[in-house]
Design a protein around this ligand. Structure first.
Ligand code: TYD
Length: 132
C-alpha cells in the first residue's frame, strides 16, 4: 500500500522540541502547500476521498486521530498520536480520518496546490479506478 510512517527530524533541548521538514530531504516531495486541521468534533469523519496525483505528509502536532487507508484491495488503520512520526500518503489511496481528540492538530504538507478536480470523492468510482 502506498503509505509510509516516517520518523521526523527533531531538535530537542531543555527548552523544548523543534521539528524540521525540508523539500526532498526528509519530505519525499517538493512542498507546494501546507494546511492544518483542528477543532474537529470527536464524532466527525473527514477525508472520504483519494487523490489521483497528490502526495501528502501528515504530521499530528498535538493530540491524536485515526486514518483508515484503503487501496481498493485492503484496508489499514493508522493512529497518529505524536509529532515524532509522520504519515506519507501517496496517490490513489482512499483515506478517512476519525476519532479526533479535542486537542488534535494535523499539519499536512502537500506536493501541489489545491485542485478540486484532482479529488476522487465517490468510493465506487475509486474502486473502479483501482480495478483498471
Ligand atoms: P477537504 O479536502 O474536503 O477536507 P478533509 O479531507 O479534511 O475532509 O476540504 C474541506 C474544505 O476546505 C473544502 O471546501 C475544500 C477546502 N480546501 C481548500 O480550499 N484548500 C485546501 O488546500 C484544502 C485541503 C481544502
Amino acid at each position: 500500500m502506498n503509505f509510509q510512517l516516517m520518523k521526523n527530524t527533531v531538535h530537542s533541548s531543555i527548552h523544548g522540541e523543534l521539528f524540521v521538514f525540508e523539500n526532498l530531504k526528509n519530505v519525499p516531495f517538493a512542498i507546494k502547500r501546507v494546511y492544518c486541521i483542528k477543532n474537529v468534533p470527536s464524532s466527525s469523519l473527514r477525508g472520504e476521498h483519494a487523490h489521483t496525483k497528490l502526495e501528502q505528509l501528515v504530521i499530528c502536532l498535538s493530540g491524536s486521530c485515526k486514518f483508515l487507508l484503503d487501496d481498493g484491495k485492503s484496508k489499514k488503520v493508522i493512529e497518529l498520536n505524536s509529532p515524532h512520526t509522520s504519515l506519507f500518503i501517496g496517490k490513489n489511496l482512499w483515506r478517512e480520518m476519525y476519532d479526533f481528540s479535542p486537542d488534535c492538530i494535523l499539519m499536512v504538507l502537500a506536493s501541489d496546490f489545491y485542485d478540486p478536480e484532482e479529488y476522487i470523492r465517490d468510493y465506487q468510482t475509486f474502486l473502479k479506478l483501482c480495478s483498471e
